[in-house]
Design a protein around this ligand. Structure first.
Ligand code: ADP
Ligand code: MG
Length: 610
């Protein structure tokens, strides 16, 4: 990484993380396990100070020596004290010059010093992935749009204490919009909906000439994912008491476990229809409970409705209506909750942007801003045409292209596919980018699953896959089974992480491999087709095998065996010939089946019933 490296930091209430700008775009700083989020929690123990997941894991058991949500204290005055103290279990007291500070077992620390502990940890993590010995000295740090001057100044000070020159303080919603490249939009209004762990805010931005202006901002600093956890904790506690006795006490370890389980359950319910919790209560007592998505949504609904009221207020403040909003951007881990997405979509009457990971988007945007400040040339991929084809993986590892390279954007395309196995209830959709004919040679953009298809014979379901590439280069892929109405979708940023050079070389490679690729694709098609024929012959033998003479049966068995061998090999023409031979040998069966059908029709049954 270059010397002019500037770290982009999202210093969050719940989680903090960093990203850096690279020639292929911003990249999140991850540890060896791939984790990016550092819980904004600091634990003071006998063994020293710990930051992050480790500190958070023991927060309930160690309430007075664990400091979290320190962002809530940044730049606050003694007058604000009552309000913040109510919600924090550790000791917040007046500090120097009308400020507040935290008293951890007699040690007084300012919010700036505490935030600096987190920032230093983030900086160390980033240095670990730099060249050996490289130090990071500069950063861009994000803050909520509603932060006032003293809160912004406190954030700058925290950076300085951590040994970072803060090159710029950027609004979180602006960073989110930057991560989507919306600074290049002509003249647009953007709503940024940010639901984090403990806070909610919505900002209406106007972008024009690459400059963002905050038209309005609304929110609730006491509303977030934690409230959803609390709803689940309350539900579990009540049920545990009614099952095991009202007098049951919950020691800190059990409370910590409940909190951990509640959050894990919530997270699971973002992708699954139900989740099961099992709590060991000591003395061999175990409480088990399965919670469904519907049940969770009825608990979460009122919180989500509050956020929507704030959205309405923010629009009113900006003198706009939902129809004036060109783009809605989702930010914050809690926007993964499907109910949050659907209610936001209903309110703004448009599909919100979710393609960029909602808990990493602010850090990515901070890195984009850092890149601009450092003068790193952005290899912008904002083009009027899509530089590479987009498609999905089809049976056997081939690629079905829906949008061809050089199509003018915005554009859309749809194609209908079916299932290949009887009773298949789900289909995997693998979205690919590139010019090659085989999935393994293309760039994988994402995968999702369409589930809940009612069991039908192979070929009966009709799965329509639609691609919609919008003017900002965001790709929406949806899959819908037309008979049952079951649908699933995903959003992707196809241009992220690609340079012009890479695109050129992907196109060149497709020329170099054109003939070989064509053959490979044809072979897959032939193998799929021969599989279909083999299954059909098997079925026909079962129902009408008796019509074959010994000689015909031997000939058919030989043709089937030959086709099975040939389709394992790589010779397209040989498979094609063997297919023809097998079909030919099966003619007596096909004819017998036709006769069957006819005689049943004559008996007065409709063709459809057969
Ligand atoms: P902040 O901006 O407040 O620091 P984040 O944006 O990191 O916070 O959001 C943290 C919140 O997101 C937590 O309440 C966490 O439980 C929630 N969260 C993270 N992933 C999911 C998920 N898959 N489903 C539901 N909630 C999630
Ligand atoms: Mg945040």
């Amino acid at each position: 990484m270059a010397d002019n490296l500037i770290l982009g930091i999202d210093l969050g209430t719940t989680n903090s993380l960093a990203a850096v700008m690279t020639p292929t775009g911003p990249e999140i700083v991850r540890d060896a396990d791939g984790a990016s989020l550092v819980p904004s929690v600091i634990a003071f123990g006998a063994g020293g100070v710990t930051v992050g997941a480790e500190a958070r894991a023991h927060a309930v058991e160690n309430p007075t020596a664990t400091v979290y949500s320190v962002k809530r204290l940044m730049g606050k005055s003694v007058d604000d004290l009552a309000r913040v103290m109510d919600v924090l279990p550790y000791d917040v007291t007046p500090g120097k010059h009308d400020t507040v500070c935290v008293n951890v077992q007699g040690r007084h620390m300012s919010p700036q010093e505490l935030s600096a502990i987190i920032l230093r940890d983030i900086k160390t993590r980033a240095e670990a992935i730099c060249q050996p010995g490289q130090k990071i000295t500069r950063a861009v740090i994000t803050v909520p749009a509603y932060f006032d001057d003293s809160q912004r100044q406190a954030t700058r000070d925290a950076g300085r204490i951590a040994g970072l020159e803060v090159c710029r303080i950027v609004n979180e919603p602006t960073a989110a919009a930057l991560a989507y490249g919306l600074d290049r939009a002509e003249d647009a209004c953007i709503a940024v909906y940010d639901l984090g762990g403990g806070t909610f805010d919505v900002s209406i931005l106007r972008v024009s000439g690459g400059v963002f202006e905050v038209l309005s901002t609304q929110g609730d600093t006491q509303l977030g994912g934690d409230d959803l956890d609390r709803e689940l904790i309350n539900l579990l506690t009540e049920e545990i008491r009614s099952q095991f006795g009202a007098e049951l006490q919950f020691p800190p370890a059990t409370r910590q476990a409940l909190r951990t389980f509640a959050e894990a359950t919530k997270v699971r319910l973002s992708t699954e229809e139900s989740a099961t919790v099992e709590v060991a209560l000591g003395g061999g007592r175990v409480f088990t409970r399965t919670i469904t998505r519907d049940e969770f949504e009825s608990l979460a609904s009122k919180w989500v409705d509050h956020t929507i009221e704030h959205c309405a207020r923010a629009l009113r403040d900006a003198d706009l209506g939902p129809q004036d909003i060109d783009q809605v951007v989702m930010v914050g881990g809690s926007t993964r909750v499907p109910l949050v997405r659907s209610k936001t979509k209903d309110f703004f009457q448009r599909e919100p942007y979710t393609a960029v990971n909602p808990d990493e988007i602010v850090a990515l945007g901070a890195a984009v801003q850092a890149g601009i400040l450092a003068g790193i040339k952005r290899d912008t991929l904002l083009l009027d045409v899509t530089p590479l084809s987009l498609g999905i993986e089809t049976l056997g590892g081939a690629v079905g292209k829906l949008i061809m390279r050089n199509s003018t954007i915005p554009c859309q395309a749809a194609e209908t596919f079916s299932t290949y196995v009887d009773g298949q209830t789900s289909v995997d959709i693998h979205v690919l980018q590139g010019e090659r004919e085989l999935a393994k040679d293309c760039r994988s953009l994402g995968k999702f699953q369409l589930t809940g298809i009612p069991p039908m014979p192979a070929g009966a379901p009709r799965v329509q896959v639609s691609f919609m590439l919008d003017a900002n280069g965001i790709l929406g892929v949806s899959a819908k089974e037309l008979r049952s109405g079951k649908a699933a979708s995903v959003q992707i940023t196809p241009a992220h992480g690609l340079t012009h050079d890479e695109i050129d070389s992907m196109v060149q490679e497709s020329y170099a491999h054109a003939i070989e690729d064509l053959n490979a694709h044809r072979l897959i098609d032939l193998r799929n087709e021969s599989e279909r024929i083999l299954v059909a012959i098997d079925k026909a033998i079962e129902t009408s095998g008796h019509v074959l003479s010994d000689q015909q049966r031997q000939a058919l068995d030989a043709a089937v065996a030959d086709l099975k061998t040939k389709r394992q090999q790589d010779d397209c023409d040989a498979v094609y010939e063997a297919m023809g031979a097998a079909n030919e040998a099966a003619t007596p069966l096909t004819e017998a089946q036709m006769d069957d059908v006819l005689s049943q029709t004559v008996k007065g049954r409709k063709m459809d019933d057969v």
